[in-house]
Design a protein around this ligand. Structure first.
Ligand code: 5AD
Ligand code: SF4
Length: 469
């Protein structure tokens, strides 16, 4: 048996891919460890979306040189988007690396690692094959106690936003067959998973190319899976948000009332230069439609500040959009050049200090709305899917640090509640149970409350247990 340590950098897609890496290497005798010192193989699953993420990958690879000196038999692999982008160059730059593989090489990983281990070769596999290679489901899933899991439904992207590296490193858009997706979700559910997040760069165009049915149809099938409690998805592209999907929010009981709908900018001029193919007005109209069918829907978004040529007037439009939409939360990033993406060659680059200043202003502007969205829930009873014990400091009356249960509302807000004192009645708490939590306190990024009901579920659940006094 060998020990495998994976460092995952980047988005949910990489979290899913790391699980796939683990599954691909299981038949070769690898089991995952979270102790890097015990590892026989260390893999860093990299992200290329922004310069910072790429630097993080290289600095981790740098540190592995020392570990390898102490442990000469250690194998080092670099996977993910930076691996796909840089290929052989990584071998030249980092002599401690034995294997470089792109996201599409994961199903071939067993053979690649064997070549490294048995033949002592340094191997690169960044072949960009068409379509999707499925991993054999028989290689199973490790039961790591998670109650919410990601499931990739499509790979790649055909949108070519001018700032974005994804179409170059993840290749053309390709959708998985719905039967494979359903099979995977059923397997997860039979292992105790109760929430799935369907992943794709642009889930709204799911199945279009391959004639596999629409995303709304896929959601309807997933909704019928017995034992599954909640469905989420990410990411949606505003230009492809169909009436069918809006309708799904009205009809499907398991579909959580939350959508992450990256807008990137509030200025039509910038949106056009980004090649986003929608306008501010179209975006606002889609939001209005969603709210009409699901008034409680939580809406989150991504912004890029300091895109080449972004003027103060453009930036004001972005701040104005924040006010017009009243997002529940936003992720905002300073534009960073990606050499393969066209915007790297655009003129009128914004200097770092200005980007930083705009980022701060944007986040400050949003803060009020984030807090408002959280505070609106005070006094309400929220259904929380308990995910586990949180180790963060306690938010109870006495402000002492103690362990708390943690989970999320249907609208994706984190809720913490007391570990021992507050279990309702005589019911015990486990990860995977639903609990009704009355919200007492609201912070920007979490809520705190007391359970008023806890789902009854006989046996078979896992994890820590809280028995009420
Ligand atoms: N610079 C800064 N942010 C970027 N994003 C994508 N590419 C870049 C880039 N070159 C952001 C977008 C996207 C999120 C995942 O990352 O906001 O939605
Ligand atoms: Fe990148 Fe645009 Fe595709 Fe999203 S839709 S992955 S931002 S190219």
């Amino acid at each position: 048996m060998y020990q495998l340590y994976i460092n995952t950098i980047g988005c949910q897609m990489n979290v899913y891919d790391s699980d796939q890496i683990e599954r691909a290497l299981a038949p070769s005798g690898y089991t995952r460890t979270d102790q890097i010192e015990d590892a026989d193989l260390v893999i860093v699953n990299t992200c290329a979306i922004r310069a910072k993420a790429e630097q993080k990958a290289f600095s981790f690879v740098g540190r592995l040189a020392k570990l390898k000196q102490r442990k000469p038999g250690l194998l080092v692999g670099v996977g993910g988007c930076v691996a796909q982008q840089e290929g052989e160059k990584i071998l030249a730059r980092a002599p401690q690396v034995d294997l470089v593989f792109g996201p599409k090489a994961i199903p071939r990983l067993g053979r690649l690692v064997e070549r490294v281990r048995l033949q002592g070769l340094r191997v690169v596999d960044t072949e960009d094959s068409e379509g999707i290679q499925e991993l054999d489901l028989a290689s199973g899933f490790r039961d790591d106690g998670q109650v919410a899991r990601f499931v990739t439904i499509m790979q790649g992207c055909d949108n070519f936003c001018t700032y974005c590296v994804v179409p170059y490193v993840r290749g053309r858009e390709a959708s998985r067959h719905p039967d494979r997706i359903l099979e995977e979700i059923r397997t997860l559910v039979s292992g105790g998973v109760r929430e799935v997040t369907l992943l794709g760069q642009n889930v709204n165009s799911y199945g279009r190319k391959e004639n596999l049915g629409t995303f709304a149809e896929l959601l309807a099938r997933v909704d019928r899976i017995k034992g599954l409690e909640r469905i989420r998805f990410t990411t949606s592209h505003p230009k492809d948000l169909s009436d069918g999907l809006v309708d799904a929010f009205a009809r499907l009981t398991k579909l959580c009332p939350h959508i992450h709908l990256p807008v990137q900018s509030g200025s039509d001029r910038v949106l056009e230069r980004m090649n986003r193919r929608y306008t501010r007005a179209v975006y606002l109209e889609r939001i209005a439609r969603l709210r009409r069918v699901r008034p409680d829907i939580a809406i989150t978004t991504d912004f890029i500040v300091g895109f080449p040529g972004e003027t103060d007037a453009d930036f004001k439009q972005t701040l104005g959009l924040i006010e017009a939409v009243r997002f529940d939360g936003v992720f905002a990033f300073m534009y960073s050049d990606r050499s393969v993406a066209p915007a790297a060659r655009f003129e009128d680059k914004i200097d770092e200090a200005q980007k930083k200043e705009r980022l701060q202003r944007l986040l400050q502007h949003q803060e009020v709305f984030t807090l408002k969205a959280s505070k609106a829930l005070i006094g309400s009873v929220q259904e929380v899917l308990v995910e586990g014990l949180s180790t963060r400091p306690g938010l109870a009356e006495d402000q002492t640090a103690h362990r708390q249960w943690s989970g999320r509302t249907p609208g994706n807000k984190i809720v913490n509640f007391d570990h021992d004192a507050d279990c309702a009645g005589s019911q015990s708490v486990h990860p995977g149970l639903l609990a009704g939590v009355r919200i007492d306190k609201a912070f920007s990024h979490s809520l705190w409350g007391r359970p008023v009901w806890i789902e009854e579920k006989p046996g078979g659940l896992r994890g820590d247990t809280c028995h009420a006094a």
